[in-house]
Design a protein around this ligand. Sequence first.
Ligand SMILES: *[C@@H]1O[C@H](CO)[C@@H](O)[C@H](O)[C@H]1NC(C)=O
Ligand SMILES: *[C@@H]1O[C@H](CO)[C@@H](O)[C@H](O)[C@H]1NC(C)=O
Ligand SMILES: *[C@@H]1O[C@H](CO)[C@@H](O)[C@H](O)[C@H]1NC(C)=O
Ligand SMILES: *[C@@H]1O[C@H](CO)[C@@H](O)[C@H](O)[C@H]1NC(C)=O
Ligand SMILES: *[C@@H]1O[C@H](CO)[C@@H](O)[C@H](O)[C@H]1NC(C)=O
Ligand SMILES: *[C@@H]1O[C@H](CO)[C@@H](O)[C@H](O)[C@H]1NC(C)=O
Ligand SMILES: *[C@@H]1O[C@H](CO)[C@@H](O)[C@H](O)[C@H]1NC(C)=O
Ligand SMILES: *[C@@H]1O[C@H](CO)[C@@H](O)[C@H](O)[C@H]1NC(C)=O
Ligand SMILES: *[C@@H]1O[C@H](CO)[C@@H](O)[C@H](O)[C@H]1NC(C)=O
Length: 436
Amino acid sequence: MLFSVAWLVGLAAAQSSQSIVSGSTVRVTTGADATPTLSLSDFEASTFNTGSMSLLSASTGAPNATASRTSSSVDPLTVIVGGSRTPSASGNMTASTTAAQPTNTQPCNNYPEFCTRKYSNITEVCAHNSPFVRKNNAGSNQAYGVTQQLNDGIRMLQGQIHEVNGTLYYCHTSCDLLNAGTVESYLAEVVSWVENHPFDVITIIFGNADYERKDANGNPLVTSKNFVSPITDSGLLQYIYQPPKTAMTLEDWPTLGELIVRGKRVITFIDYNFDTDAVPYLLWEFYNIWETPYSPTDIQFPCTIGRPEGLNQNKSQSMMYMANHNLNVEVSIAGSSLLIPNNVALNVTNGLNGTGSLGLMTNTCISDWGRPPNFLLVDYYNAGPFNGSVFEVAARANNVTYDRKCCGTASFAVELLRPSTTYLALIVGVAAALLL
Ligand SMILES: *[C@@H]1O[C@H](CO)[C@@H](O)[C@H](O)[C@H]1NC(C)=O
Ligand SMILES: *[C@@H]1O[C@H](CO)[C@@H](O)[C@H](O)[C@H]1NC(C)=O
Ligand SMILES: *[C@@H]1O[C@H](CO)[C@@H](O)[C@H](O)[C@H]1NC(C)=O
Ligand SMILES: *[C@@H]1O[C@H](CO)[C@@H](O)[C@H](O)[C@H]1NC(C)=O
Ligand SMILES: *[C@@H]1O[C@H](CO)[C@@H](O)[C@H](O)[C@H]1NC(C)=O
Ligand SMILES: *[C@@H]1O[C@H](CO)[C@@H](O)[C@H](O)[C@H]1NC(C)=O
Ligand SMILES: *[C@@H]1O[C@H](CO)[C@@H](O)[C@H](O)[C@H]1NC(C)=O
Ligand SMILES: *[C@@H]1O[C@H](CO)[C@@H](O)[C@H](O)[C@H]1NC(C)=O
Ligand SMILES: *[C@@H]1O[C@H](CO)[C@@H](O)[C@H](O)[C@H]1NC(C)=O
């Protein structure tokens, strides 16, 4: 049952011809039981590159009405298309909710099919140690920087973090070996991509490499709290989705369309020393995702639970999971033993088939767990038996067709920035799924 207090989301027509949709309105009806579950800020945060989205009160038609939130839950969100009329003085759009619904052609994370799929029901490629892109450095894991990674289709960014002099850096093993700069500067680059790609949802996993270090009082030196400053100062915070639970089941996750409509398009996880009381939006990875054995050197890539250790089999069924598919060799550099990517094997490792391939591991996972991994973690995502092979593996797992160019070629940003006349259709897609 839908509650009668509704919000109208007016997609403000921009001055230029760049507006996404002009003169169209969408009615957002909040969840059941007299609980307005959206606040104005949910929408004000989502400023689109081609204009801004604003809220109008359904009852008064006035902008900036506020909803009182009586529950901490932010779900469910229902979006009903109001057609291409502007709201009446009263703001009611009820009459048009039965209008014929066009097919969505606006891709979410590159595929229109994904708009109505839950975040937890999509396989994405993860750039392992995304910031480590130094040429001719054995500690590198990727060939292209994060902007190119995202342009090419990477939707999860993982990286190892160390604390130096009170600041967090992305460093491989040690900041003396490979220091890729501050977490804040990396996130700032991510934010500018996110800003310009309003139909994309990305995930960031912070690997807290300093989780065992202690401060003078014997408390952990690096916890979720240390991430607040880079997350805030980089501008990322406004995009982060904070789920209603610290441990989300597969069922609990919203669809990509819902995340996009809310403008909360970044999901953040930390592997160790989480503190959800202090930093609720920085989720503990292992409440939500389990991983196959990490830093693998075994080309069999078994699809078994590596972390968290001792995870109950039942629990694992309701969580997302990640296939660690970066093959390593062990080397000794500057006195440290270091696992580095086995670059020689990449055309097999990142391939579709054969022993050691990403395709075979994904199929093994599907047959062992009844569903594909949510995340395929790889080194040098651009390499493989053919360009884009890792994205082909993901597309097969998702039952969609991969037809993009890859990798490291001209930016796709331009294409995505063009105003989309199908934005309304995207909302319809979300509505259609939710109204079923
Ligand atoms: C709506 O709120 C924003 C910031 O909260 C403010 O800048 C804007 O002027 C308000 N608009 C109206 C019409 O009150
Ligand atoms: C607007 O919707 C409310 C709630 O459904 C209804 O009570 C009211 O009469 C409607 N107003 C107009 C002008 O249709
Ligand atoms: C996942 O998505 C596929 C393709 O749309 C769909 O067939 C399947 O039912 C979904 N599974 C869940 C658990 O939502
Ligand atoms: C940390 O501080 C020390 C001493 O001031 C300095 O030598 C070093 O360069 C600093 N490290 C970084 C990464 O800024
Ligand atoms: C797993 O789930 C089954 C059926 O729901 C239940 O019988 C069993 O006790 C559970 N096992 C554990 C270890 O929780
Ligand atoms: C992968 O690369 C190695 C070394 O360059 C080569 O020997 C091997 O034939 C290649 N395999 C495939 C499947 O292309
Ligand atoms: C294995 O993958 C290659 C592409 O890398 C493809 O050409 C070949 O047909 C595949 N072989 C089988 C048996 O599927
Ligand atoms: C793969 O992409 C690179 C550029 O990143 C290009 O030089 C190379 O020719 C491409 N290979 C194939 C097989 O298309
Ligand atoms: C895969 O997609 C095709 C249409 O593109 C559909 O017919 C088929 O049922 C889908 N399979 C699954 C398992 O969702």
